[in-house]
Design a protein around this ligand. Structure first.
Ligand SMILES: [Zn+2]
Length: 62
């Protein structure tokens, strides 16, 4: 099952939409390039088990 969520780029602050594979776990971490500035963000994804609400925190990829 897949869902989408928005995050703010750690570099430029613009919102991007990402696809999240819920079957990958309730806590995920992966790297995605910003759709605006193309720089790599580390996405820390937390999925609520009951509501499947998604929370994303971003960090700079070194
Ligand atoms: Zn960006």
């Amino acid at each position: 099952m897949q869902t989408t969520a928005e995050y703010s780029c750690a570099f430029c602050g613009e919102s991007s939409t990402t696809f999240i594979d819920v079957s990958g776990g309730l806590s995920q971490r992966y790297i995605e390039d910003c759709q605006v500035c193309c720089r790599p963000n580390i996405l820390y994804v937390l999925i609520d088990e009951d509501t499947l609400e998604v929370e994303i925190q971003t960090d700079y990829e070194e």
